[in-house]
Design a binder for this molecule. Structure first.
Ligand code: HEM
Length: 369
């Protein structure tokens, strides 16, 4: 059912690949959700702000959208490492599913280039005070399409039972596998989560002193409300995702202590996110720093625990089909592993430093009305 395993042994232990996979994928999800949620909200505000001639709403949408091209660089660069780790650990599954939906899978590159280009267009138009909502909408739809393709492929890779039939009926790579009962719950779970993460982003942006009068307040209050509402809705969607899994997956997950802790950690952090959102929405301007910092930390833990449980769903499902991710020959090359880990930590430090420099840079008053 699965292609033969690569005879070359793994150059590092499976647990190390798994840790790196989950950490880098959580970073990819954080950036991706910031992008998707930020673009959807900014586009909505740009359209409403222009209809109502509301300068605060227009400036808030401009402040968000002009930052999204940078966020996109993080989406892509944090997407590459987990893709490599996924190929090392699950190559026999992910290569097969990627070939089965090959036309869609390869089209991601071109859809992404178009969406990215449109992001620059909207950022420029927002800076010039021109209308951009409809271009933002096109970019958002393209990005949602990319998300749908990812969800389809990540689902198809854990359905080896349908591969042969799919290939027999159409070997041309033009199938999306969107008929699986878990695809849409999974898609909406990730995209509603994007609104929650974007809520944290808006609250953080609202702390900036360079925003035009009233904009910081608008971002903090609306960011808090969006965070609280979306985190609550996502908790409901989590039960939908679990309820749609094939038989035995939810019970096998709960039987493993690491994944069970992950599930509780996810629920606990989701509840804290709702609380932080409500607090930031009602707190006076001077008392928002603490809920914003707490919301940022809690949101990352929430994403990381979701990434862990999601990984568990894959391992449990694949194991039901006889694919054991831990069953590999390992010949560790410790010198290469040490150099890699050293550079990895340095890279995270450099990124943190870059973000702090950008955050501290003095700016003139930002206005996009
Ligand atoms: C705007 C662009 C992108 C969006 C909206 C997006 C969205 C998503 C979503 C929704 C998932 C989760 C799928 C699921 O679990 O059901 C996902 C997973 C993933 N994405 Fe992205 N993605 C984007 C770009 C990229 C890029 C450019 C890369 C790599 C170069 C990448 C690498 C990955 C990997 C490796 C996974 C999952 C790996 C795994 O399950 O092991 N993504 N992405």
């Amino acid at each position: 059912m699965f292609p033969a395993v690569d005879p070359i042994p793994l150059p590092a232990p499976v647990w190390l690949f798994k840790v790196l996979h989950i950490v880098t994928l959580a970073l990819h999800f954080a950036a991706m959700q910031l992008l998707v949620g930020g673009l959807l909200l900014a586009t909505l505000w740009a359209a409403l702000g222009r209809m109502r001639r509301d300068p605060v709403q227009l400036s808030a949408s401009g402040a968000v959208v002009t930052r999204l091209p940078v966020v996109m660089t993080y989406v892509i660069n944090f997407g590459v490492p987990p893709l490599l780790f996924a190929q090392v650990l699950y190559g026999r599954a992910i290569y097969t599913s990627s070939v089965l939906m090959g036309v869609y899978w390869i089209s991601v590159i071109f859809i992404l280039i178009a969406a990215y280009w449109l992001l620059y267009v909207v950022a420029k138009r927002a800076e010039m005070g021109k209308a951009w909502a409809w271009i933002g909408l096109v970019s958002a739809l393209l990005i949602l399409k990319v998300a749908a393709i990812y969800v389809s492929n990540m689902t198809l890779m854990i359905r080896p039972d349908v591969w042969q039939e799919m290939y027999r009926s159409n070997p041309g790579g033009t199938q999306m596998h969107s008929g699986d009962p878990t695809v849409w719950p999974r898609f909406f779970f990730m995209m509603v989560g994007a609104l929650a993460v974007a809520g944290v982003g808006l609250m953080t942006l609202g702390l900036k002193k360079s925003l035009a009068s009233g904009v910081g307040d608008y971002l903090a209050r609306n960011g808090g409300l969006v965070l609280a509402g979306a985190a609550l809705a996502q908790a409901g969607l989590a039960f939908w995702v679990m309820g749609r899994q094939p038989e035995g997956v939810a019970t096998d997950l709960a039987a493993n202590s690491i994944w069970r802790v992950g599930e509780f950690a996810w629920l606990g952090t989701a509840a804290l996110m709702v609380a932080c959102g409500v607090f930031a929405a009602v707190a006076p301007a001077g008392r928002r720093l603490i809920p914003v910092v707490v919301a940022g930390l809690v949101a990352f833990l929430n994403i990381a625990s979701m990434t862990l449980v999601r990984d568990g769903i894959r391992d449990v499902t694949l194991l039901q089909h006889g694919f054991d991710v831990w069953d590999r020959t390992v010949v560790t090359n410790w010198s290469v592993v040490s150099i890699f880990l050293f550079l990895f930590v340095v890279m995270l430090g450099v990124i943190g430093w870059l973000i702090s420099v950008v955050a501290r840079a003095k700016q003139e008053v930002e206005s996009y009305a």
